[in-house]
Design a protein around this ligand. Structure first.
Ligand SMILES: Cc1cc2nc3c(=O)[nH]c(=O)nc-3n(C[C@H](O)[C@H](O)[C@H](O)COP(=O)(O)OP(=O)(O)OC[C@H]3O[C@@H](n4cnc5c(N)ncnc54)[C@H](O)[C@@H]3O)c2cc1C
Length: 379
């Protein structure tokens, strides 16, 4: 019976980078898909936003101390160091996108790996033999044994890219706490009162969304199902059922609407179809602002603070990440389970959830790097 020193389940961002850092003679990656790194290829619209110059615990929904310590040990420069042979463009002043595309990000990781990778091997079960302190890993094809087991199976969004709930099942079998996984970085579906959004499918506006005392200033995109776009995706990370509010016209000062004979749709300098649909939804006609009655003005002013409760979100199939996952309270600072020695969890399978902007890939790399230091000591 061959016992691998290290076995990594999942050949995505965290698993591949980890493999490149491990010193053991025998490390094995088991990957469900025919190819590793499908989510890396899809990331950043095929251009992979690998990290962010402006990174802090505020960019994550996670245990603040835990993520603070991770970012202290692994800053954005360390992610750029992994890809030092690639060129990046800085977008929105802080986000690093690979100029030559995600394929080169994936190839950089693959080229740095010397260990064995078995693709088309979906792991279905894991157990630990307490007598000889080894893990038994059952895949759809055969059984494997190892000393250190690393779970890098990611979240459960985008099933078509390989996601399975195996990481959570393993945690459950070892009695580790799991924060209920749900879709995040995803659009909102709407209730009846907001069905007018659907008539604007394809229109986008610079807006400010406020949700649970957080503000997101960016584009809101109307779709045939509800709303999406970067401001909405970020808001979805912090939304827990209930109302959100959108300022659809943050650049407009209400003073500039007064004392004018022009219709509001002209003065608002927003896409005209948006202002018209908005007015229609409030039973208002398009006229000069001063011609609105007091009641009508109150209705119109909702354009600056439109409160509503989304019906839900577009679901795991459209969600860029899975919010929730294995609680970081279960882990030591080097990502090893406190309850089960030699068992590690890294990447998106954990309850560390980044906003849009390269924060999730950064965490995948950071967690792998920090875990590797302990795993290498364990040999
Ligand atoms: C469309 C899209 C765009 C994104 N863009 C960005 C971006 O630009 N910047 C950013 O920071 N983040 C982005 N993300 C999020 C980011 O890609 C993920 O957070 C990151 O890839 C997570 O890395 P991971 O290693 O934890 O998991 P993954 O990369 O998901 O890897 C997990 C691997 O485990 C394998 N696996 C799962 N179950 C099993 C099993 N039972 N047996 C064997 N193998 C298994 C999977 O096939 C997969 O290859 C994006 C996500 C999506 C969906």
């Amino acid at each position: 019976m061959k016992i691998y020193e290290n076995l990594i389940i999942g050949g995505g961002a965290s698993g591949l980078y980890l493999a490149s850092l491990l010193n053991a003679k025998t490390t094995l990656i088991l990957e469900k898909n025919a190819k590793c790194g499908l989510k890396i290829l899809a990331s950043g619209g095929g251009r992979c936003n690998v990290t962010n110059q402006n990174i802090s615990p505020k960019n994550y929904l996670a245990n603040e101390n835990f993520i603070y310590n991770v970012l202290l040990k692994f800053n954005y420069k360390k992610t750029l160091e992994i890809f030092k042979n690639l060129n990046f463009s800085l977008e929105k002043k802080t986000q690093f996108y690979c100029k030559s595309g995600s394929k080169d990000v994936l190839n950089t990781l693959l080229n740095a790996i010397k260990c064995e990778i078995l693709t088309n091997h979906e792991v279905t079960h894991v157990s630990k033999n307490l007598k000889n302190n080894t893990f038994e890993i059952t895949s759809t094809k055969e059984k494997f044994y190892c000393k250190n087991l690393i779970i890098a199976t990611g979240g459960i969004s985008y099933k078509k890219l390989g996601a399975t709930g195996l990481g959570y099942e393993i945690a459950k079998n070892f009695n580790l706490e799991i924060i209920t996984p749900c879709p995040a970085l995803v659009g909102f579906s709407v209730q009846k009162d907001e069905f007018w959004f659907k008539n604007l499918s394809g229109v986008s506006l610079d807006s400010i969304i406020s949700v649970n005392d957080r503000f997101f200033k960016d584009k809101v995109l109307f779709t045939h199902k509800g709303i999406s776009g970067p401001a909405v995706l970020n808001a979805s990370l912090f939304w827990k059922k209930g109302k959100i509010s959108i300022n659809f016209a943050p650049k407009i000062n209400i003073k500039n609407l007064k004392n004018s004979k022009k219709q509001v749709s002209t003065l608002m300098q927003l896409p005209k179809n948006f202002t018209k649909e908005f007015l229609h939804s409030q039973n208002l006609s398009d006229k000069p602002y001063d011609n609105f009655s007091t009641d009508e003005k109150a209705k119109f002013n909702k354009i600056f603070n439109y409160e509503f409760a989304p019906a839900g979100n577009f679901g795991f199939e459209k969600a860029e990440i899975t919010k929730g996952g294995i609680s970081t309270d279960e882990l030591s600072e080097n990502f090893e389970s406190k309850k089960v020695s030699n068992l590690y969890f890294i990447g998106e399978v954990l309850d560390v959830n980044g906003m849009l902007g390269g924060y999730n890939l950064h965490f995948a790399f950071a967690s792998a790097n920090i875990a590797s230091q302990k795993i290498n000591l364990n040999l």
